[in-house]
Design a protein around this ligand. Structure first.
Ligand code: UDP
Length: 326
């Protein structure tokens, strides 16, 4: 079976492509390389530089490579950026999905694994968050993913698509060869590692006045290889369950200050930090209940402690100090 991995030159897509190849699947990566890196595409995967919004191109790729399933990672995914440029988020994440689904429909491909997000929930009324919590996003990024999930349900009802929407909490860590390299980098763990390494003057702590134990935001960090595992399991279960949405997290929340302590423990270096205002769109606390993914997909995260996750991110950074170098 051939799997099309859109965004396979990006962080989570490249790790998943690597694991799909390891599991004996044929993989074709489609990426427009605006944020991805050509050298992140794992060896053994076919690569086509294309945008998912280019339906005609996508139709041709689906046909030529005998694709039976699409894993859709390519998206704009920054909460802060979505609060200043909503058009980019609805264009790339909603229009992009529709064009991709239409190309699939034309080619008779109906299996779809979708990268969704905890940001669909907004400020959740209960934590850990179950999948049936209200979907009330507090930023256009979450809104774009929630909208795409609803669109997918119609393709399921009308065209017989089979899909899983995997709602990631905070992806972190790295495999040996694939890690996080964004430009600009906005994520907490890579920024803290970079501050510890002396590459940046300090890390800004976005808000200390949240209703959390130490006043900083709490997030659920999940190892990127555990996320990749869940994609492969979800692919194997398509059509076997009525459930489409699955949270992927560890079920443990860590504050920004706890993450900084973990980075200091793992690196043995201090993280210079300064207080900064809240980042617009940030909910106070996002922690997953992943009971459904465990029960239905048989998912078992293997690298669960914050220190393990940070250690792998640090190891990758030391192995690739310039990231992917492009
Ligand atoms: N954060 C921070 N300083 C930074 C980057 C992030 O304090 O330089 C905080 C951010 O407000 C959030 C948490 O760290 O509460 C995780 O942010 P990240 O951007 O890594 O992921 P997100 O939760 O937005 O997906």
């Amino acid at each position: 079976m051939s799997v099309l991995v859109s965004g396979g030159a990006g962080y989570i897509g490249s790790v998943t492509a690597e694991m799909l190849l390891g599991a004996g699947r044929r993989v074709v990566v489609v990426d427009n390389l605006t944020r991805g890196h050509r050298s992140a595409v794992p060896e053994g995967a076919a690569f086509v530089e294309a945008d998912v919004r280019d339906s005609a191109r996508l139709e041709a790729i689906l046909g030529e490579h005998g694709v039976e399933c699409v894993m859709h990672f390519s998206a704009s995914s920054l909460v802060g950026e979505s609060m200043t440029d909503p058009g980019e988020y609805f264009g790339n994440n909603v229009v992009g999905v529709i064009r991709l689904l239409e190309a699939m429909h034309t080619q008779g491909v109906r299996d779809f694994i979708f990268s969704s997000t905890a940001a669909t929930y907004g400020e959740p009324p209960e934590v850990p968050i179950p999948e049936d919590a209200p979907v009330r996003p507090t930023n256009p990024y979450g809104e774009s993913k929630a909208t795409a999930e609803r669109i997918l349900r119609w393709y399921e009802t009308i065209h017989g698509f089979r899909f899983a929407a995997l709602r990631y909490f905070n992806a972190a860590g790295a495999s040996r060869d694939h890690g996080e390299d964004h430009d600009p980098e906005t994520h907490l763990i890579p920024l803290a590692l970079s501050a510890a390494a002396g590459e940046r003057e300090s890390l800004a702590i976005f808000g200390r006045d949240y209703p959390t134990p130490d006043g900083t935001c709490v997030r659920d960090y999940i190892h990127v290889q555990d996320l990749a595992d869940a994609h492969i399991l979800a692919l194997g279960k398509l059509g076997e369950t009525k459930e489409n949405a699955f949270n992927l997290g560890n079920g443990e929340g860590y504050s920004v200050l706890e993450v900084l302590s973990a980075v200091e423990r793992v690196t043995g270096k201090q993280v210079p930090a300064v207080d900064a205002p809240r980042r617009p769109g940030d909910p106070a606390r996002l922690v997953a209940s992943s009971a459904r993914a465990k029960k239905i997909l048989g998912w078992r995260p293997k690298r669960v402690t914050l220190d393990e996750i940070v250690r792998d991110a640090w190891a990758w950074k030391q192995r690739f100090p310039e990231g992917y170098g492009d």
